[in-house]
Ligand binder design. Structure first.
Ligand code: G3P
Length: 220
């Protein structure tokens, strides 16, 4: 499963890239609002650091507005993917982008049917929001599982991104559900690294190493 970082924070992206675990980045207006500045400049920086796709989100409601925004973002870097929210106009824009060779990530997906339509329209990435479904007492991972199966049965090329990931368990579940990608907040990535027994073990090994060296030095 590929791991994308769900952030517009350059330092977080640099860190994940240094760890060697970064396959892509997703941004959205909410994440951009947290860092501020010029969205174009942030995207260009992120695209340089990131080995894979970087999603830039359109906010227009009408097809022409989405096309203008998306074409603009697509010119910023070769690895930009234009993020379009699921809607009737969104599907039309995705289809037009596909004709123009511009890759899209269809976002705000909450059912397998919405995902199927996005794939039919030509989206390369499809983002069901797992955490927001869990919030309303529906199992978000069911949508990931169903959509992955539908795309596999019908040999469709789109990839599923498990989005709105809130905790490390979501990551394990997304991987087991066959999600092609999961996009994760940096905090959750850090939580995946750590385990109390790992951290305790590192401290213990270091202490024992020092003790052994002190004992050896005392004998010499
Ligand atoms: O990738 C989508 C994500 O940014 C939304 O997350 O936690 O606001 O539902 P959340």
């Amino acid at each position: 499963m590929k791991i994308f970082l769900d952030t517009a924070d350059i330092e977080e992206i640099r860190t994940a890239a240094r760890w060697g675990v970064l396959d892509g980045v997703t941004t959205n207006p909410t994440l951009y609002a947290k860092v501020g500045g010029s969205y174009d400049e942030i995207l260009q920086q992120v695209c340089k650091i990131t080995p894979g796709p970087v999603s830039a989100e359109c906010v227009s409601d009408d097809v022409d507005g989405m096309l203008d925004e998306g074409r603009h973002y697509a010119k910023l870097a070769p690895n930009i993917v234009v993020k379009v929210a699921m809607s009737e106009n969104g599907l039309e824009a995705i289809s037009r982008f596909a004709d123009e060779g511009i890759k899209t990530n269809c976002t705000l997906i909450f059912t397998a049917n919405q995902g199927l339509l996005a794939a039919k329209a030509g989206a390369s990435l499809i983002s069901p929001f797992v955490g927001r479904l869990d919030d309303i007492n529906q199992d978000g991972m069911d949508v990931i599982r169903d959509l992955v199966e539908i795309l596999t049965i019908h040999e469709m090329d789109a990839e599923v991104i498990a989005a709105s990931i809130r905790n490390p368990l979501h990551m394990t579940q997304a991987a087991l559900a066959g999600s092609h990608i999961a996009t994760v907040p940096f905090k959750v990535l850090q939580q995946m690294v750590h385990h109390p027994l790992t951290d305790k073990g590192i401290v213990q090994f270091k202490a024992d190493w020092q003790k052994a060296h002190q004992a050896a030095a005392a004998k010499a």
